[in-house]
Design a protein around this ligand. Structure first.
Ligand SMILES: [Zn+2]
Length: 209
């Protein structure tokens, strides 16, 4: 198995491909579908509903026919340009303090897409000899999740970034949900687990974060 990271043209969000031979899963696809060439994409997974993480869902769905899987609130919010924040992408970019843009990237203020399967709280599935566990982590957004792969790797979306606090101020964000639901789940992650975040480089989890 290999994990490949690609950096998008929208706020440098990370897209990941998990490959096993020619079979692959994609997490948070962006608009460039060329990384799918030569691969059989079997599922599209979304860490959360924000536009910079879902901008390629329609293009990847059309190209690969793979079904989209995410949490129930994510599945509801990606259908609305207001809730996936494409409608307010310009102020959203200004609020994302980790990146300074000289020029706004091209974006579609009416972007929406659809999930094929949603889950509540937690779901697991086996894929090509690997175990994936998806678990809701509300706080950064209503539909945020963490994706654990083989109990060794954790795709955190925007819920866990290296050296920066989790952003809870966007529409749909909730400090209460974050503290009550998500922090206790994140505290169960083992020290040293490899984290693949929604922005920046992968890093090792440390409990003091
Ligand atoms: Zn986000």
């Amino acid at each position: 198995m290999e994990i490949h990271r690609f950096v998008s043209d929208l706020l440098s969000s990370n897209m990941y491909l998990i490959t096993e031979g020619k079979a692959a899963l994609v997490i948070d696809p962006f608009r460039d579908t060329s990384p799918a060439d030569g691969l059989q994409i079997e599922r599209i997974l979304l860490t959360h509903e924000h536009y910079d993480h879902i901008s390629g869902v329609n293009a990847w769905k059309e190209k690969t026919g793979a079904p989209v899987l995410c949490s129930r609130p994510c599945g509801e919010n990606i259908r609305s340009p207001r809730k996936n924040l494409s409608r307010i992408f310009e102020p959203f970019c200004e609020l994302q303090t980790w990146i300074r843009l000289e020029r706004l990237p091209d974006f579609d203020p009416n972007y929406s897409c659809e999930a094929d399967k949603v889950f509540t709280d937690e779901m697991s599935f086996d894929w090509r000899g690997h175990r994936l566990r998806l678990s809701e982590l509300p706080g950064h957004s209503e539909g945020s999740i963490g994706i654990t792969l083989d109990e060794m790797y954790f795709f955190s979306g925007d819920s866990l970034l290296e050296n920066s606090l989790t952003e809870l101020r966007f529409p749909g964000g909730s400090r209460k949900q974050w503290e009550m639901v998500s922090l206790p789940k994140l505290e169960t992650l083992p020290d040293g687990m490899k984290i693949f975040p929604g922005h920046f480089e992968p890093f090792q989890y440390k409990k003091t974060m």
